[in-house]
Structure formats: structure tokens, C-alpha cells
Design a protein around this ligand. Structure first.
Ligand SMILES: Nc1ccc(C(=O)N[C@@H](CCC(=O)O)C(=O)O)cc1
Length: 477
């Protein structure tokens, strides 16, 4: 491999392999920190390809790092492979039909995300060895993105130390640089313990933990008016005490996800939420304990790196869908609600699309690369890529793998996850990322400029990992 088109040729001639890797991960959907099959499969593939693999990094069983090459610079691709519960769905359909009712499914396209980053690492390895170039390429197997902040734990454990550049991508229905920041968050359990009693016979002797959860939620609902505009407070009742209304529930638990543009803002809201929980315990004469689950920071873009990634994306060019792919996408569009259809532009903008949507009139698949317009807005969502971005200059792109308007975390996302258009979109990200890395092995001056931008940002604001010492990653209960 000698030129930039070599990456494209390499990816095209190895397409079948990458499709089958993506399909394997899609067919073995696993939720946070239980990605045993997917992590082992990807790690074994990388090893067979000639990477040296370290499994169980950072004390996390399903986290791994695969490396090839020697010396500097060290360029890493971040890969995810976790799925979501309740989203089981058969492939290539325009109707909802689970493989296993209530089962797990790849609703965020992480089968593509992991495989696309792996393909970029393979292409860079081929380039480095064919051209005898010194430098290191790494693939980071990052578990538990969905609700687990795997990368944030990996950052805390020093897994990314020594890395010069991190590149990653996310499936969507737009081809653009993901230039927006994201919301920082804390995820925390509030556990209440009361006294069980017969609800009719001796209610005066009972102290209800479930009442405490309800009062806490009411308190937080009043707090909503008095926090920064972009803040979000979600909750799930993870233990309601049981199914018997004639028992005063002695144990109950609620899981809070608190988000805001900056960690300091999240922390401030979190402290107020803790006071509300204490208040609920006081009102109900129950005991309250706080169990910190996980956290992540806001994303810090690197405009110099984004500019190079955008050039490589433009050089690669958007995927031009086949008639068959267009027809399937039109069928998917028909399954979206009016609200989802009307939201397509807002959805695209969170992924860095900068236009007014007029290029897509009558189209159900994006066949253009959106103009790169760095945005200082914050996407209403979170990602643990953000913690990597604070310690290593990072850039992310998105490529279209699904029909316009397809919301993440839906059966429509799952069903489109192993189709031909999805795999073409995946390999477009691989190409742009691999060519960005190759560019940087040849242009140390650009690497310096990227680092200078990163350091200038760090000089203004230091980084501390938002997950306290001692807190360990945990699977969905
Ligand atoms: N490029 C994206 C990266 C992540 C997500 C996303 O949905 N993230 C979850 C992560 C939740 C978490 O950090 O716990 C969320 O915001 O709810 C969406 C687009």
C-alpha cells in the first residue's frame, strides 16, 4: 500500500471479513460489562491479524487493547460493542419483529462502531508494514458505553496513557464531523431502608422505603425549575420493594442520571439531589445510602484534528446508495411516527450536520458529506469518549448507516444494523479515520499543532476523573 487510495482498496477487498465480524457482534448482543462473547471474538480476531492483545485492561474483564508497530506516534481507534436491553429485532425488516421477545439488540449500532474502528486499525497496520514506517497503531476495546462509562473507568486506570491521538466514529444517518460537545453526567443509586409491616393491621409500625423514593422524586421534580437550562435529571425505580401492596415496603431504590454541560454543574445539582434524598429519608424515618455508579465528562473537541479528519472524509466521498437500499430506507421511513419524521433535522444536527435539510428532499438516505462547521453547541446526550478527549486529542465523525430520521435506541436501528448500506457507511468511517492516522505518521508538524491546541485547552481547565476512587464498573442489575 503506498497511496491514500490504498486504504480504500484494502477496505474494499477485505469487505466480506469486516461484514462477517460486524454480523457476529450483532448476532451476540450483550449489555454493559457482560460483552464476553463480543470482546473475546474481537480480541481474538485482532490477535489473528498480528496485533498483540492485552485483555482485561484497567481491571475490566471485557476491556482490551490491541497494538501493532513500534515507537511514536501512537494512534488509537476506539471501538465499542455493547448493546441495549429490550431491543431484540430481526435484521432487514420494515416491521417490528423481535428475535427473542424482551431480548437484547444492537440499538445504537455498536456492532458497526467496533468493527469500523477495527477495520481502520487493520488498514493502518497494512500500510505501516507495507511501507516500513515506524509508529504504533492501537485498537481500544471499550465496553459498557451504554450507561456504564467504560472509557471513563479506563481513563481513570491509565489505559490511554502514552496515546498521542484518539479517533472514533458513531453510526447515524448523516456524514459529518461530530464537532459538538456533550453533556457530562453522574449516575447514582439512592437506596432507602425502612421497616416492613402489615399495611392494614399495623401500618403505624411500618416505615416505607417506597414512600421515601416517591417523595424524593417529587422533590427532584421541584428542583427542575431551578437548574441550568440544559440540565437533565432522569430516574428509574430499580427496586420498588416488592409486589404486595399489603406490605409496607421496607426496601426501595432509585437510580438517578443527572446531566449538565460541565462536570462542576452536574456536581452542584447532584449535591442538591442528595439533600432531597436526605429530606425524603427524614420525612419517612428511613435510612438512606448513596451508591455512586458511574460518571462521564463533557466532550472536548480538537478543531485541528477535526479539520484533517474532515479532509479525509471529503476525499473518501459519501456512499451512493443502490436502488434496493433506497427502497428499503423508504420502507423504514414509513415506520417512523410523525414526531420522529419531523425530528430528523434536529437529530442530524446533534451529529454535526450544519445545513437546513434541503439537500434531502425526497431522499431517505444521505448521499452527501455535510459541510464542516465547528459547533460550540452541546448535544443533548452523553458519551464516555469525552473523558478520552480530555487527556488525548480526539476527533469523532459519523457516517450514514441508516435511513434518514432513524432514532438511536429503536428496533429500526437494530434492523438496519447489518445491511449493505450500514456496512458501506461503516467502511467510509474506517477509511476517513485510517487516512487521518496515516497522514499524521507523515506530518509531525500537524501532530504538534493538534497537541498545542489540546494543551492550550488544558491550560485553561484541568481534568479530574469524575468517577471517585473505589467505584467499580458494574453490569446492569
Ligand atoms: N454519538 C453518540 C454517543 C452516545 C449517545 C448516547 O445515547 N449516549 C447515552 C450514554 C449515557 C451515559 O453516559 O450513561 C445517552 O446519552 O443516554 C448518542 C450519540
Amino acid at each position: 500500500m503506498a497511496t491514500d487510495s490504498a486504504v480504500s482498496n484494502y477496505l474494499t477487498s477485505n469487505r466480506k471479513r469486516f461484514e462477517s465480524i460486524s454480523q457476529y457482534v450483532w448476532e451476540h448482543p450483550e449489555t454493559r460489562y457482560e460483552e464476553f462473547e463480543s470482546a473475546a471474538f474481537l480480541a481474538d480476531e485482532l490477535e489473528k491479524e498480528g496485533f498483540s492483545v492485552e485483555r482485561g485492561v484497567g481491571g475490566i474483564e471485557t476491556a482490551f487493547v490491541a497494538s501493532f508497530g513500534t515507537g511514536k506516534p501512537v494512534i488509537g481507534f476506539l471501538g465499542e460493542f455493547d448493546a441495549l436491553s429490550g431491543l431484540s429485532q430481526k435484521a432487514n425488516l420494515t416491521k417490528q419483529e423481535p428475535i427473542e421477545p424482551g431480548g437484547i439488540g444492537h440499538g445504537c449500532g455498536h456492532n458497526l462502531l467496533g468493527t469500523g474502528s477495527l477495520a481502520a486499525a487493520y488498514a493502518v497496520k497494512a500500510y505501516l508494514s507495507d511501507n516500513n514506517i515506524s509508529g504504533t497503531v492501537k485498537f481500544y476495546g471499550c465496553p459498557g458505553e451504554e450507561g456504564g462509562s467504560g472509557k471513563t473507568f479506563m481513563v481513570r486506570e491509565g489505559v490511554f496513557d502514552g496515546l498521542d491521538i484518539a479517533l472514533t466514529w458513531h453510526p447515524s444517518y448523516s456524514n459529518s464531523i461530530m464537532s459538538l460537545s456533550s453533556l457530562a453526567n453522574y449516575q447514582v443509586y439512592f437506596r432507602f431502608k425502612g421497616v416492613a409491616s402489615h399495611a392494614a393491621n399495623s401500618p403505624h409500625l411500618g416505615r416505607s422505603a417506597l414512600d421515601a423514593v416517591e417523595l424524593m422524586n417529587v422533590g427532584v421534580n421541584y428542583l427542575r425549575e431551578h437548574v441550568v437550562q440544559e440540565a437533565r435529571m432522569h430516574y428509574a425505580i430499580t427496586n420498588s420493594g416488592g409486589f404486595s401492596p399489603n406490605v409496607v415496603q421496607s426496601e426501595a431504590e432509585v437510580l438517578y442520571l443527572i446531566r449538565a454541560p460541565k462536570v462542576a454543574q452536574v456536581d452542584e445539582i447532584y449535591k442538591r439531589v442528595c439533600k432531597i434524598a436526605q429530606g425524603a429519608a427524614l420525612m419517612t424515618e428511613t435510612e438512606m445510602t448513596i451508591v455512586f455508579d458511574k460518571a462521564c465528562s463533557n466532550y472536548e473537541p480538537n478543531r485541528t484534528l477535526e479539520t484533517i479528519l474532515n479532509e479525509k472524509l471529503l476525499e473518501a466521498g459519501a456512499v451512493q446508495p443502490t436502488e434496493e437500499e433506497k427502497e428499503f430506507a423508504a420502507g423504514i421511513w414509513q415506520t417512523l411516527s410523525e414526531g420522529e419524521k419531523n425530528n430528523f433535522l434536529a437529530g442530524m444536527k446533534t451529529f454535526g450536520y450544519s445545513g437546513d435539510g434541503s439537500e434531502f428532499g425526497g431522499k431517505y438516505l444521505s448521499d452527501i458529506i455535510s459541510d464542516y462547521v465547528p459547533s460550540n453547541e452541546v448535544m443533548a446526550g452523553s458519551t464516555d469518549v469525552s473523558d478520552v478527549s480530555w487527556i488525548v486529542p480526539t476527533a469523532q465523525l459519523t457516517t450514514a448507516t441508516s435511513a434518514i430520521g432513524t432514532p438511536l435506541h429503536t428496533w429500526q436501528m437494530v434492523t438496519q444494523g447489518i445491511g449493505s448500506f450500514a456496512h458501506s457507511g461503516m467502511l467510509l468511517s474506517s477509511e476517513a479515520m485510517a487516512n487521518t492516522a496515516i497522514h499524521l505518521y507523515h506530518h509531525p508538524e500537524d501532530l504538534q499543532a493538534i497537541k498545542a491546541e489540546h494543551e492550550a485547552r488544558r491550560a485553561k481547565e484541568a481534568y479530574t476523573c469524575p468517577i471517585p476512587e473505589g467505584v467499580q464498573p458494574s453490569a446492569v442489575k
